[in-house]
Design a protein. Structure first.
Length: 442
């Protein structure tokens, strides 16, 4: 990566900002709406709890593995940088292209679109307001992130603290006022369940995804060799504990058959039963805050990939996309491009489907990066590392197996989507070759 990144981007983000980004970009709406689907797939409350715990442990091994890589490459761009440093510019470009061409904007559009639905329901507005409200939210968050990065970081800390309130309420009430067997219930409606234990783990892995995005800000974190691993590991650990306890609280309070019947309304039912009608509205506020914080983290991080790639002149309009404001030192054009792209998706496409299509390719690059830990250790044998993965080589091997599980599951369940996602990634190859020829000619 270019050495001048350290001087053009402000290294002003401390530990708490990085930690809030990890927690805030993971905890969105999944923990509130996936309780029924995980239980249905697992078939029992004990299986559901084990799925949430196992998904978190697999994610933690991934975080411990990436922490070693990230500590050696504390630059802006995250996964894109790691792939380029380990495997060369071509693979680095494709990993970045995949994230900015579909994955990042689609995730932002997906969360914003669902947030629009919640806002319309909360304020009793006409459904025609869903898309305008979703776009308004991401535009406002994008505008906030055009100021110095400390403002976006402060907002991330505030929203992360805000989203912990409904989580704490669910945990405390479920633990002390529930009377169901959170470990021993089985679904009698087995014929209506949607999968098996593997599918349940897969659902939790998607709910845990997003933690790696803090690495996109590696060039803006103070002492990243030390703070980046700390933030990733502690952040994932906190999310793991929160997810497991929330699930236990809900399963301890509501019978398994009732959760199955309620579906995505399980958590709202919990709030209404525990705190009355006002509780449901307060929970909705908590979920809205949670999703706004999740959006802020993603809008704060994805443009950094655009900037990092444009800074190396790997994209069309690289000069504009690599522009940093002279005072805020923020990638304003890159942020605007992501916002516009996500807004178009909200208006014309199904963002959920688009983001699902790229799950396969994201995890392919995850596997490659996990394997990269072994390659880096061989390449730099004898050198002192800023951070070493505990439990090596078992820890990265578990991370690799977990990612391979996602890849195989996606191939088995959505082969057409897998093929389409590969086509989307392949569309970046002509762009890479064109830019490579331009560089050679110059």
């Amino acid at each position: 990566m270019p050495e001048n990144q350290a001087t053009t981007l402000n290294r002003s983000l401390g530990f708490w900002s990085a930690l809030a980004l990890v927690v805030g970009t993971v905890i969105g709406s999944g923990i509130f709406f996936k309780q029924s689907s995980v239980l249905d797939s697992a078939g029992s409350t004990g299986g559901a709890l084990l799925a949430w715990l196992l998904g978190g442990l697999i994610t933690l091994t991934a975080g411990l593995t990436i922490a070693e890589v990230g500590a050696q490459m504390p630059h802006t761009g995250g996964l894109y940088v790691y792939m380029e440093e380990i495997y060369g510019k071509f693979w680095g470009f494709l990993s970045g292209w995949m994230q900015i061409a579909v994955y990042g904007p689609a995730i932002i559009a997906s969360i914003a679109a669902y947030l629009g639905i919640l806002l319309v329901g909360f304020f009793h507005l006409d459904s025609g307001w869903q898309a305008p409200l979703a776009i308004l939210v991401i535009v406002l968050i994008g505008a906030l992130n055009m100021f110095e990065n400390r403002y976006g970081a402060i907002f991330q800390i505030v929203t992360t603290l805000g989203k912990l309130l409904p989580i704490a309420a669910i945990i405390i009430f479920g633990l002390f006022y529930g009377n169901q067997d959170a470990f021993g219930q089985s679904l009698q409606t087995v014929s209506h369940t949607t999968g098996n234990f593997g599918v349940a783990v897969l659902a939790t892995l998607f709910a845990y995804d997003g933690w790696i995005l803090v690495a996109n800000l590696g060039g803006e974190i103070k002492n990243p060799q030390k703070l980046l691993p700390q933030a990733i590991i502690l952040g994932i650990s906190l999310v793991l504990i929160a997810y497991t306890l929330v699930s236990y609280g809900i399963l301890h309070f509501i019978p398994a058959e009732k959760i199955h019947a309620l579906g995505q309304q399980t958590t709202v039912y919990f709030a209404n039963s525990a705190f009355g009608t006002i509780g449901g509205r307060l929970l909705n506020i908590g979920i809205i805050v949670s999703m706004v914080g999740c959006l802020n983290g993603k809008i704060m991080t994805f443009p950094r990939i655009v900037y990092a790639m444009a800074d190396q002149d790997q994209l069309p309009f690289s000069k504009a996309l690599s522009y940093l404001h002279h005072k805020s030192h923020e990638p304003m054009v890159a942020t605007s491009a992501i916002i516009v792209y996500a807004s178009i998706m909200i208006l014309f496409f199904n963002p959920d489907r688009l983001s699902d299509l790229c799950i396969f390719t994201v995890y392919c690059f995850y596997v490659a990066t996990f394997v990269g830990v072994f390659l880096l250790r061989k390449r730099h044998a004898g050198e002192v590392r800023p951070f070493s993965t505990p439990g090596f080589p078992v820890t990265p091997l578990i991370a690799i197996l977990g990612a391979l599980f996602v890849i195989v599951s996606e191939i088995g369940s959505d082969i057409s989507g897998v093929l389409l996602s590969l086509v989307i990634v392949a569309l970046g190859i002509p762009v890479y070759l064109y830019k490579k020829r331009r560089h050679a000619a110059n």
